[in-house]
Design a protein around this ligand. Structure first.
Ligand code: ADP
Length: 170
């Protein structure tokens, strides 16, 4: 079973095998956590993102790609593109679940033991935080793995931290 931890922190400071970035489909960086990761991690991350784009084009919503973590304490950055909330609960929920599943699969394919997630889509993309938290926790709990040992939910704001604290008690 995967061990789940919760922390309120800046994900660029987290020492995990991989941290998961809430990227946008361009993979060329943006605001929020994406901007923070590229700023702290340095140019190497962007260079690899550009290589991936040249190879496969944009990253579709719900999918995930991996790069080095540059100067960050993590080993890898998994970039996943969350859905922009548009009120279509069913479709947006499915896409957000895909983000978690594809990030976990990617981590597993690399043989990683620990992975730290941001609260994907709950910033500029406006996904309702409570629903996003429920999806995140459900996807981690349902993921069967022989390799992954620990998932860390890294909340940046108090509201998300409170939501996850309650969800993880259930
Ligand atoms: P999205 O476009 O997917 O909504 P954002 O970056 O706007 O992405 O927000 C996603 C989540 O990341 C939000 O809950 C935001 O509070 C959080 N966040 C922003 N900066 C950081 C950071 N340095 N570390 C961890 N989480 C962060």
């Amino acid at each position: 079973m995967i061990n789940i931890e919760l922390t309120k922190d800046d994900i660029t400071k987290i020492e995990a095998d991989a941290i998961v970035n809430a990227a946008n489909s361009s993979l060329l960086g943006g605001g929020g956590v994406d901007g923070a990761i590229h700023r702290a991690g340095g140019k190497q991350i962007l260079d690899e993102c550009i290589e991936i784009r040249n190879r496969q084009g944009k990253c579709k919503t719900g999918e995930a790609v991996v790069t080095t973590a540059g100067n960050l304490p993590a080993k890898y950055v998994i970039h996943t593109v969350g859905p922009v909330w548009n009120g279509d609960e069913e479709k947006c929920s499915e896409l957000l679940a895909n983000c978690y599943q594809n990030s976990l699969k990617l981590a597993e394919s690399l043989g990683l033991n620990t992975i730290a997630f941001t609260n994907i889509s709950t910033g500029v993309y406006r996904f309702p935080k409570e629903l996003a938290g429920k999806i995140a926790v459900k996807e981690i709990k349902n993921f069967k793995s022989e390799i992954l040992e620990k998932v860390i939910f890294v909340c940046f704001d108090e509201e998300n931290e409170e939501i996850y604290r309650t969800l993880l008690k259930e």
